[in-house]
Design a protein around this ligand. Structure first.
Ligand SMILES: O=C(O)C(=O)C[C@]1(C(=O)O)C=C[C@@H](O)C=C1
Length: 375
């Protein structure tokens, strides 16, 4: 682009950089002013908290409203989602001033669940990797972490049954959800890459879900390779680094962490491969204006049971977004349904439908109402 009013490059850049410096100074001052407000918010929360009850600093409904507003009012040139991510980080820092947060996630380091935790809470939290989904629940229940993050469903492979089953015996609530686009890469050690065809890997490690999500690609590109399921993609990457002749299917974060090369990127069979994660904690969440509610409902195995169970939602105009059926492990709950619906349990029509459903079933638990994922 040419502009005749330009003088020299150095002079033009100098002027613009002075302007950027001045804007940066204002942003920094305003961000700190915002942080001071958050500190005052913390004082107010503490002042009005009931004796013996722990103060609730994290407010997911408010965070969702802030992010939605940022996206709505954005005029560019920065994209709305990009600006919302910046505000995500600012709020993360502000919350850390109120209360340093510990987040338990399905580890080890480098898993998609860790990415989901950081996407949801921002980077000012301390992430604690756990060995299993059950351990994430246990850590939050025991108070070792403020919240937990677990995967619940994948758009290609369906529901993660371990997570749903963990809710049956737990008193934790769902406080939020995160959706993450999942990209899988075929990872090799540098040595294997250099040797080329002679030193082709003989086995590939990955989590069972990821192997399934890349099944067609593996069939087409590495038909003879032994596919070995391990506890996580990060563990797969660790093994690919340690063992001779081993490859891994894992994320970019895992590749970086274990110093592997991306031999082929984005090998997932479905281009819109997405995993949904849940945030679990002890607190309940207020109405944000665009919420979801998750229920766990048990019913006797008799004809028309599901039909009768669901009828009140239809009658009250409540939309269901998902139903999963799980066999009950105890004799009293023949069938367990996990139901996601649009709206918050404190909204009139949702509350009414829930009360009617409760009359129909042998057991009923509201797992929580929470804001729909914003980012
Ligand atoms: O509004 C509040 O309750 C705050 O604590 C402030 C704030 C923010 O930075 O905007 C920080 C943490 C909460 O999770 C929600 C919002």
């Amino acid at each position: 682009m040419t502009n005749n009013s330009f003088t020299t490059e150095a002079e033009e850049l100098g002027k613009l950089r002075d302007e950027i410096d001045s804007v940066d100074q204002q942003i920094q001052q305003l961000v700190n002013q915002r942080a001071q407000c958050a500190q005052k918010v913390a004082d107010v929360k503490e002042h009005f908290s009931k004796p013996g009850e722990s103060v609730v600093f994290y407010r997911p409904e408010r965070e969702a409203q802030v992010l939605r507003r940022v996206m709505e009012r954005n005029q560019g040139p920065l994209p709305a989602e990009g600006v919302a991510r910046l505000f995500r980080e600012i709020m993360s820092q502000c919350l850390a001033l109120e209360e340093p947060m510990k987040i338990a996630y399905l580890g080890p380091e480098g898993t998609f669940t860790q990415q989901a935790a950081l996407k949801h809470f921002g980077h000012a939290v301390e992430c604690q990797g756990q060995g299993s989904i059950e351990d994430v629940f246990r850590e939050v229940e025991a108070g070792g972490a403020n919240f937990g993050v677990v995967p619940v469903e994948n758009s290609t492979e369906g529901v993660i049954t371990h997570t749903l089953d963990s809710f049956v015996g737990s008193n934790l609530n769902i406080c939020g959800e995160v959706a993450l686009r999942i990209h899988h890469h075929f990872l090799l050690k540098e040595a294997l890459l250099k040797k080329g065809a002679v030193a082709n890997p003989t086995k590939v490690y990955s989590h069972a879900q990821s192997l399934a999500q890349c099944r067609q690609w593996l069939d087409a590109n590495w038909p003879g390779i032994e596919r070995i399921a391990v506890s996580s993609n990060a563990e797969a990457a660790r093994r690919a680094q340690e063992e001779e002749g081993a490859a891994a299917i894992a994320s970019e974060a895992a590749a970086e962490l274990y110093n592997l090369n991306i031999a082929t990127a984005n090998i997932e069979d479905m281009p819109d491969n997405t995993t949904r994660f849940l945030i679990i904690g002890k607190q309940t969440t207020e109405i944000s204006g665009d919420d979801k509610t998750s229920l766990l409902v048990a019913s006797k195995n008799k004809p028309g049971a599901l039909y009768h169970l669901l009828a009140p939602f239809h009658e009250e105009g409540v939309s269901l977004t998902r139903i999963e059926t799980r066999p009950s492990k105890s004799g009293t709950w023949n069938y367990i349904f996990f139901i996601d619906l649009e709206g918050h349990q404190n909204e009139e029509k949702v509350a009414k439908a829930m009360a009617l459903v409760q009359q129909q079933c042998t057991d009923f638990k509201c797992l929580g109402s929470y804001p729909k994922a914003v980012l």
